[in-house]
Design a protein. Structure first.
Length: 228
């Protein structure tokens, strides 16, 4: 299809474990991963997603193989996310993905806003969400924590020094407890720093446990950080 449309996708990669239902296209830009497409199991659909430095920037599904080929060429050649959508309207690009494209600082800022918005919605019906929201708002007010990427997991509030997955585990996290207190753990889940009566004290413990020279979150994954 690419040949029929006069497109250049370079060498097509094959997944040896599933050679008839998937294919990959290498990129000409360093920061973008191989883009893999796969087939629907029941109906004629083509699925794809594009990742860069641990972040999914684009995704989508189409029944038009020509439209998919255009999207793959746009991704391969390093077009910006907005430009890829213009080439292939089926491509989905989130607000957070566009923020990542602008750099780690923008991604962190947008992630904080989206996380707080989600917690405020959930806090209307869940007590744990209200308590997580409280510590998240306090953390966002602290410059040292506001520049880290915030994450939640089972209502625990985490902070990453990188913006891509897998995220880092070098910063303590806060776990709201069922009895109303807060447990601060880290850097591993099994290491308990302390249990506090107040969200404010929990934030203090996190700041005290920050690693040396803990700067703003950087682009990439925890694995990338280990290379330096």
């Amino acid at each position: 299809m690419a040949a029929e449309l006069g497109l250049s996708l370079g060498g097509i990669l094959v997944d040896g474990s599933d050679p008839y239902r998937s294919a990959g296209v290498e990129n000409t830009v360093a920061d973008r991963d191989v883009c893999w497409i796969s087939l629907g199991s029941v109906e004629r659909w083509f699925f794809f997603s594009g990742w860069s430095r641990g972040v999914q920037l684009v995704s989508g599904a189409t029944q038009d193989l020509g439209e998919m080929a255009r999207a793959l060429e746009a991704w391969r050649n390093g077009l910006r996310l907005k430009e890829i959508r213009e080439v292939s309207p089926f491509v989905e690009v989130t607000e957070l993905a566009e923020a990542h494209e602008k750099g780690p600082a923008e991604a962190v800022a947008v992630k904080w806003r989206l996380l707080l918005e989600d917690l405020r919605q959930e806090s209307e019906r869940l007590e744990l969400a209200r308590r997580t929201l409280k510590v998240a708002e306090l953390a966002h007010a602290e410059p040292q924590l506001r520049r880290l990427l915030p994450l939640t997991s089972h209502w625990s509030l985490h902070f990453s020094t990188c913006t891509g997955f897998p995220y880092s585990w070098d910063v303590p996290f806060i776990d709201p407890m069922s009895d109303g207190r807060y447990r601060v753990c880290g850097p591993s889940r099994g290491t308990v720093i302390g249990e506090t009566e107040t969200a404010e004290h929990a934030i203090t413990l996190v700041i005290a446990g920050l690693p040396a020279n803990c700067g703003p979150a950087v682009a990439g994954t925890a694995g990338d950080q280990q290379l330096f």
